[in-house]
Design a protein around this ligand. Structure first.
Ligand code: FAD
Length: 434
């Protein structure tokens, strides 16, 4: 079994790994110092594309088109870029054991990778219905979406079950984006989720009413307040029916499940401090082991703006936390000082011709502004969250770049609000004048 040594190893080859590699190159890394070890067979790419343009029936995105860092308007890092920068991409390689005391990672093939500094960027895995023993959940064409392999399985199923029926289990952003692309692929789509409205972790009832209305107008059926409790399969083993808790049975050729993710941290159990389901870090993404950093979905870090410890599963944070960790590693080597991470939570989603952005914290009272009538073309509306008399969060559908910048600024500055009625009346103008 082979053994290789590197100064820096990044385990995981997703969004955070790609942005970390770019930052290493910016800061100066010598050939052979840095390796990225990834289970996936391809160089780091912008994962959000998988539930959007990757699945379009026409004009679809394919690699190498969406390697990092195109998602944030940066240079596209092709496999050659890593070669030219002396960064070793060790692909198709799953790490199955981490010995942090011995500073070594062991792959499924038994190879050892030694490091001086490790960055954990293993991201999340999807929660599967088979994890809860849902009856029949192992039938064919019950699919999930986390990586390119999953997306390719879905594309094959779309081709095999042309113009068929699709049930989407889950009403989060993955469920909403997947429902849209399945409809665009000419499937008869039904969404099923237990909550009273979609995206309940972020959307207010007022926001959700627009998106549910818009989806209904597109011909998507929405069944709320119940869950899938079982599946039946046809003679070939492919899913045929979805049984709901409320007794209904839905025909289905494809089921796509989007019920959340789980940070991949089991490799490090008992070796690093954990908090809120992730690996605990400081504001430089250093873990309880000073030679080990954790970034992206797996990191639970101090969110300075709210004086709280949080874990964030969004692409913007994956990018920025990776850059912060690399800057911190380099600064500590050079005895320099950098500022602590000061993150403003940012999340977005796109489906059909809709596009929203959210900045800040969704706590406190809410004010809906603008026209959220789903039949209005190019509707523009949003919501402010107000806590302790200050705006702490802002959401906007269909904003221009300047308007999105304005709501980001509001969430960062947290201006006081004199009257909620006035805020409602001013709407977007309130953000634009900050
Ligand atoms: P990932 O990008 O998931 O990368 C983790 C990498 O580690 C993967 O390559 C994985 O294979 C590898 N890995 C894991 N374990 C091992 C191991 N043991 N050995 C070797 N390699 C390993 N966020 C938004 O803000 N907006 C969006 O619109 C949006 N859309 C999304 C759509 C989809 C379909 C998905 C799945 C996510 C979306 N996200 C979105 C979330 C965002 O993509 C993630 O927060 C982000 O990718 C996290 O980056 P990461 O580097 O921590 O993890």
């Amino acid at each position: 079994m082979a053994e290789k040594s590197f100064k820096y190893v990044i385990v995981g080859g997703g969004v955070a790994a790609g942005y970390a590699a770019r930052e290493f190159a910016r800061q100066g890394v010598k050939p052979g110092e840095l390796a990225i070890i990834s289970k996936e067979a391809v160089a780091p790419y912008e994962r959000p594309a998988l539930s959007k343009a990757y699945l379009f029936p026409e004009g679809f995105a394919r690699l190498p088109g969406f390697h990092v860092c195109v998602g944030s308007g940066g240079e596209r890092l092709l496999p050659e870029w890593y070669r030219e920068n002396g960064i070793e991409l060790i692909l198709g390689t799953e790490i199955v054991k981490a010995d942090l005391a011995g500073k070594a990672l062991i792959s499924a093939a038994g190879d050892a990778f030694k490091y001086q500094t490790l960055i954990i960027a293993t991201g999340s895995s999807v929660i599967r219905l088979t994890d809860f023993g849902v009856q029949g959940a192992d039938a064919g064409n019950i699919l999930y979406l986390r990586d390119i392999d999953d997306a390719d399985k879905l594309i094959n199923a779309i081709k095999a079950k042309k113009n068929g029926k699709c049930v989407i289990v889950g009403g989060g952003y993955i469920g909403l984006e997947l429902s849209a692309v399945m409809k665009m692929n000419n499937f008869d789509v039904t969404m099923v989720y237990p909550e009273p409205w979609c995206m309940p972790r972020l959307f207010t009832a007022g926001l959700a009413a627009f998106y549910e209305g818009y989806y209904a107008n597109k011909g998507i059926n929405i069944i709320k307040g119940t869950v899938a409790t079982g599946f039946t399969a046809d003679a070939t083993g492919d899913v045929k029916e979805v049984k709901l808790k409320d007794g209904r049975v839905l025909e289905s050729d494809i089921v796509v499940v989007g019920v959340g993710g789980r940070p991949l941290i089991t490799l490090f159990k008992g070796q690093l401090e954990e908090e809120k389901g992730g690996i605990k870090t400081d504001g430089f993404f250093k873990t309880s082991n000073p030679d080990v950093y954790a970034v992206g979905d797996v990191a639970t870090f101090p969110l300075k703006l709210y004086n709280e410890i949080r874990r964030v599963e969004h692409v913007d944070h994956a990018r920025k936390s990776a850059e912060q960790a690399v800057k911190a590693i380099k600064a500590s080597e050079e005895g320099k000082f950098i500022e602590e991470y000061d993150y403003l939570p940012y999340f977005y989603s796109r489906s059909f011709d809709l596009s929203w952005q959210f900045y800040g914290d969704n706590v406190g009272e809410t004010i809906l502004f603008g026209d959220n009538n789903p039949v209005v073309p190019k509707a523009k509306f949003g919501t402010y969250w107000i806590k302790d008399g200050k705006v702490v969060g802002a959401f906007l559908e269909n904003g221009t770049p300047e308007e999105n910048k304005a709501i980001a600024k509001v969430a960062r500055v947290q201006p006081p609000v004199e009257s909620l009625e006035q805020l409602k009346a001013e709407g977007l103008a309130f953000a634009s004048k900050i």
